[in-house]
Every structure is written in structure tokens, then in C-alpha cells.
Design a protein around this ligand. Structure first.
Ligand SMILES: [Zn+2]
Length: 196
């Protein structure tokens, strides 16, 4: 089942998400629905807060990047086969000189900006069966994991931009939160009745 993706401006995207355990209701069904939702929107990652649940769960499938000819054959092969569910993830280490990559987000359609992140990470997480792993990633796979991990920490890529860039996209972000945007996947927009 395809779930509506929560748009920029919803408070759930700003919340630090909570850990879950194996008793979380209908978890396998939720994960299945999240994959369907992500593929339906042509995303390479989706975090639970983006479908309105403040829990530490996200998915990554970098296959669409494998078509990109700017990567080496080896990198393309890695990207093609990287599909993983991360539960209760904690990034333990990040290292290296920050590099820029043009990021987008299913919750922030039509906004793409260069974001600086460190290239290497060490992450601890659990899989669908709550088996714990500690793994290291680098390059674009690390980048997608960092973006999704930020979601469960209540951080969006737009939070990481310079104040100048933030000002430039402010109008676009307001329009997204008001639903004034054309998109070809299902979204849920926050009510904008509250005043600052
Ligand atoms: Zn995102």
C-alpha cells in the first residue's frame, strides 16, 4: 500500500525519532508499505517520519544511481545492489573531508541543493529481525544513509544550507508546506493555520 509522504513544514519531520522493538505492531507490513511508497515516488531512501511515524526506521535502495555514468563500473555495481532496512540506527563515527552532492528529498519536492557531508561513516543498526550490525560505508551509499539518518534525528537537508541559500529557497518551502506544488506522488500537507 502506498502511503502519503509528509511534506516540509510538518512537525513530525522535526522530531527526534524513538527506538522500536520487535513488538512494534505490524512492522513487516509497515516496511513493505514503505518500500512500495519509496519506489512509487522514485526515491532512493525513505524514513519513517516521512510517512508520519516518529520511529527510528529507514530504508535505502540506491539502484537508480547505478545508471549514472559518472561512477566507475565497480561503484555502479555496488549502487545497483544496495538495498537495506535500518532499524534503531546510530551513526558511531563520521570522518574525512566534507564533499558536496546535490541532494533532494521526497518531503521537499523540486528543491535540490548541494549539501556538504563527510565521506565515511560507521553505523550500528538492526535489521528486520532485530539482529545488530556495525558496518562502515563511504561515498554515495554513505551519503544516502546520512540523509535518511538525519530524518530520524529530526534534521532536513535544508537545515544544513547556508543562511543565504535558506533565504533563497524560503518561498519555495512555504509553497510546499501549503500544498502549492505539483507532484506525481501522494503527499500529506501540514495545516498552516497556526501563526508564529
Ligand atoms: Zn529526505
Amino acid at each position: 500500500m502506498i502511503l502519503p509522504i509528509v511534506a516540509y513544514g510538518d512537525a513530525v519531520l522535526k522530531k527526534k525519532a524513538k527506538e522500536i522493538d520487535k513488538d512494534y505492531p505490524k512492522l513487516s507490513e509497515l516496511i513493505e508499505n514503505m518500500y512500495e511508497t519509496m519506489y512509487g515516488a522514485y526515491g532512493v531512501g525513505l524514513a519513517a517520519p516521512q510517512i508520519g511515524l516518529p520511529i527510528r526506521l529507514f530504508l535505502v535502495d540506491t539502484e537508480p544511481f547505478a545508471e549514472d555514468e559518472t561512477f566507475t563500473k565497480e561503484e555502479q555495481e555496488q549502487l545497483k545492489n544496495f538495498k537495506k532496512t535500518f532499524i534503531n540506527a546510530q551513526i558511531l563515527e563520521e570522518e574525512g573531508d566534507e564533499w558536496a552532492f546535490n541532494e533532494g528529498c521526497l518531503s521537499i519536492p523540486d528543491v535540490r541543493e548541494d549539501v556538504f557531508r563527510q565521506p565515511k561513516i560507521k553505523i550500528q543498526y538492526q535489521d528486520e529481525n532485530f539482529k545488530t550490525y556495525v558496518e562502515e560505508y563511504d561515498g554515495l551509499i554513505a551519503r544516502v544513509i546520512q540523509h535518511e539518518y538525519d530524518h530520524i534525528e529530526g534534521v532536513l537537508f535544508t537545515d544544513k544550507l547556508s543562511s543565504f541559500k535558506k533565504r533563497l529557497i524560503k518561498g519555495k518551502l512555504t509553497n510546499i508546506s501549503k500544498g502549492k506544488i505539483k507532484i506525481d506522488y501522494k503527499m500529506r500537507f501540514p495545516a498552516m493555520s497556526r501563526k508564529r
